[in-house]
Design a protein around this ligand. Structure first.
Ligand code: GLV
Ligand code: MN
Ligand code: MN
Length: 412
């Protein structure tokens, strides 16, 4: 029987998953371990079980759904992504690789193919940093990149620790048990929307990722002096928001002047205290995200921003404190997985583009413990992390088919 993806089923599952959301459609908000996320996880577990997969969850809530291979001792071939979604997101980020991975497995099952290595769908916990401030929490723990005791110190916006939240969600076991044993995966492949405009602009339907850019993030607090918006004259002010505004522009400038368009910097959160129209801001909290394909250039941009912060602090008499949340190196995809993906595209006469992933993914951390690759499909105008994120049915189905072909090749 020929290898075929059930496009209608895959699309209807993407719609079904999008209905588990704390935002009004078409926006999707699904923050890890909220009641909505837990319902979505339960729904997904049912789909995996219906496909005959053996499902288990680790102590961090990473979910493994396994199609047993004929050689029980052989390392597995993994695929998957995440289903958590940032506030006001779309319905494809992470979901295409998760449900596309499940459909790829079902497509292989329908052909009568029996893998030698087990094929495992992996749904990572908290790829998005929304709740605990750090992205790829599940894959950091799986790969041993984040020690359990460091994870235990993380807290959400309400001060709840990971242990508190995950135990309440019904997860058992210790975070120390999450790290995968050496050689667990023979290979790992993640399907994802590109989250950038390159494939669409070039009219190429598939991207075979060769490396993943290096992300870093910081929290910055700016402390000045509050006061009455009428009573305190301008020369007497130490306005934390005005200082933060200068800092935000300095961060933008650090990326703009790095010498390469690969450097990007974003201040995505700006919280102002006390937040009253007639009160001078006394405190501001910023979140900063800096990335580059080149580690040294990324770190140089961060240094430039830090120096600018020092100058602003002196000039405006405010205290600027920085906490580094993560500064990860980039990852190279494994030549064997890149080759398997490329061969799958060639077999189906599909054009593909070798490319860099500018977004981070759980694959960044899986690459530390397994030969890893990624396959991108286009998304309209490169939009992602917004409600109008869109990938066409043809592109989604094509991606899942190439993934299935690749899983078959790797699991032989
Ligand atoms: C992942 O969501 C990223 O921000 O790259
Ligand atoms: Mn995302
Ligand atoms: Mn994603």
């Amino acid at each position: 029987m020929t290898l075929e993806v059930d496009r209608e089923r895959l699309l209807s599952e993407i719609e079904a998953l999008a209905s588990y959301s704390d935002a009004e459609a078409p926006a999707v908000t699904r923050i890890v371990f909220t009641p909505t996320d837990l319902k979505a996880r339960a729904w997904l577990e049912t789909q995996c079980k219906e496909a005959g997969l053996a499902v288990r969850q680790d102590a961090a809530g990473n979910t493994f759904a396994r199609w047993a291979g004929s050689d029980a001792d052989a390392p597995a071939v993994g695929t998957g992504s995440h289903i958590d979604a940032i506030p006001n997101a779309g319905k494809y980020d992470g979901v295409v690789g998760t449900l596309g991975g499940l459909e790829a497995i079902r497509a292989l099952q329908r052909t009568g193919f029996r893998p030698r290595c087990s094929v495992e769908l992996l749904v990572f916990t908290a790829e998005e940093p929304t709740r605990f401030g750090i992205g790829c929490l599940g894959s950091r723990l799986l790969s041993g990149s984040l020690p359990a005791e460091a994870a235990r110190r993380l807290a959400d916006g309400e001060g709840k620790s990971i242990d508190e939240v995950r135990l309440r969600a019904g997860l058992r076991g210790e975070l120390e048990e999450v790290k995968l044993p050496e050689g667990y995966y023979k290979a790992f492949v993640e399907l994802h929307i590109e989250q950038g405009p390159v494939l669409e602009r070039q009219g190429i339907p598939l991207g075979v990722v060769t490396s993943i850019a290096a992300p870093a993030s910081l929290r910055v607090s700016v402390e000045g002096a509050g006061g009455h918006a009428g009573g305190v004259l301008m020369p007497d002010r130490r306005d934390a928001l005005c200082a933060a505004a200068e800092l935000i522009l300095a961060i933008e400038n650090a990326a703009l002047t790095s010498g390469a368009s690969d450097t990007v910097a974003t201040v995505g959160i700006c919280e102002v205290f006390p937040g009253a129209v007639n009160s001078i801001p006394s405190q501001v909290r910023l979140s900063v995200d800096v990335r580059d394909t080149d580690l040294r250039r990324r770190d140089a941009a961060m240094k430039a921003a830090e120096n600018a912060g020092r100058a602003i602090s002196a000039k405006r008499q405010v205290a600027i404190r920085t906490t580094l949340l993560n500064a990860d190196p980039p990852a190279d995809c494994a030549p064997a997985v890149v080759e398997a993906l490329s061969q799958s595209c060639k077999k189906h006469d599909e054009k593909f583009l070798p490319m860099v992933s500018r977004a981070y993914h759980d694959a960044l951390f899986m690459a530390r413990i397994a030969p890893t690759g990624m396959l991108f499909i286009p998304c309209r105008k490169g939009y992602s992390h917004r409600p109008d994120e869109y990938a066409s049915p043809e592109d989604i189905a094509r991606g899942a088919l190439m993934l299935a072909e690749t899983l078959a090749a790797l699991s032989k």
